[in-house]
Ligand binder design. Structure first.
Ligand code: ADP
Ligand code: MG
Length: 327
């Protein structure tokens, strides 16, 4: 039977394949990681809890991928390049087949991303998966949430809403064909962090974040932290062909108040449009312009986000991002 230490050495210690990796990895009291010359460390933590962020019995390989992917997505949203991560695991029992699949999903993403596992913690408890990532970024070029300016364009990468569309079908909120469910579940279970795009946008975009809780709520974070407002064209929100076949209400719910998209939402000055499009091409990701940052009127009663149709007419939408304390 595996104990805690044989479990760590069997599933979670792999020799570094990175030139310039950590000075010391798994096995000591701390790992040792040197920041690269001229860069600062970008650090972020994200936790996935069974029953809250994923269904009990979820595919272990997909969980390994997603646990790291949601963290790499935070590095992408900062324009940072991945260096290393730690992994804190609470496991209800030692299940070798589960650990084998989970670590395979984790390392299949970590390797190509250049992100090395350098430590963690392992304990018995309700299934909880927590990663802390470390990346390198140029402090002056980091894509912060407080840097949007009135007049900026608002952009998003990829398409929005497929993960929410799959989740709604799994929860019986609506129905999808088996083929549609299989396809949209890929967005839910295997999100692709937009690392190449984030790095290409550093120094080009003003503000950015990754959309994890829905565009309305997440764009709202940029707007409050930058103290600006936005007009967003709902008809310009990029959707997959499957989502575009659903009713207008489902399309809006999934694109605006969805969740688990892990696309980037960012703002950039109008003169940077060509540079943004080039960044998208360089990263192999589509980028769509969805609206404009406007000045915030502290005395008026206009909301932070004005949703419009393609003709610029305001729409009355009462949709908010997903809030974990707002069931
Ligand atoms: P400590 O008692 O100092 O916290 P542990 O006994 O928890 O150390 O862990 C021993 C070593 O194994 C440490 O280097 C720690 O970072 C690493 N480690 C523990 N759990 C994991 C894990 N799930 N993945 C990777 N490394 C781990
Ligand atoms: Mg420990």
């Amino acid at each position: 039977m595996l104990n805690e230490f044989s479990l760590i050495s069997r599933y979670f210690s792999r020799p570094s394949q990175q030139p310039g990796g950590a000075l010391l990895g798994v096995g000591d009291d701390c790992a040792l990681l040197a920041p690269r010359a001229g860069k600062v460390l970008a650090v972020s933590t994200d936790m996935l809890v069974e029953g809250r962020h994923f269904f009990a019995g979820s595919d272990a390989r997909a969980l390994g991928h997603k646990t790291l992917a949601v963290n790499l997505s935070d590095l992408a949203a900062m324009g940072a390049s991945p260096r290393a991560f730690t992994l804190a695991l609470a496991l209800p029992a030692i299940d070798e087949a589960w650990l084998e699949a989970f670590s395979a999903g984790l390392f299949a993403l970590a390797g190509p991303a250049g992100c090395e596992l350098i430590g963690g913690d392992t304990t018995r408890g309700p299934l909880t998966l927590c990663v802390t990532v470390f990346g390198d970024v140029d402090a002056q070029r980091a894509l912060r949430r407080d840097a949007a300016q009135a007049g900026d364009d608002v952009w998003v990468s990829g398409t929005l809403g497929d993960a929410r569309l799959a989740l709604g079908a799994l929860r019986d909120e609506w129905t999808l064909s088996a083929g549609e469910l299989a396809e949209t579940r890929r967005a839910l279970d295997w999100p692709e962090p937009q690392l190449a795009l984030g790095m290409a946008l550093a120094g080009v975009a003003h503000a950015a974040l990754d959309i994890s809780d829905g565009l309305a709520g997440d764009l709202g974070h940029i707007l409050t932290q930058s103290n600006v407002s936005a007009r967003i064209d709902v008809d310009a929100l990029p959707r997959s062909a499957i989502l575009a076949r659903q009713t207008p209400r489902i399309q809006r719910q999934c694109t605006i108040a969805g969740g688990d998209d892990y696309q980037l939402c960012f703002t950039a000055p109008g003169h940077a449009r060509d540079a943004v499009l080039s960044a998208g091409i360089q990263a192999g990701t589509s980028v769509s312009r969805i609206g404009t940052i406007t000045a915030f009127d502290a005395h008026g009663d206009t909301p932070r986000i004005t949703w419009t149709d393609a003709g610029g007419q305001p729409l009355a939408l009462a949709l908010r991002g997903f809030d974990h304390f707002d069931d």
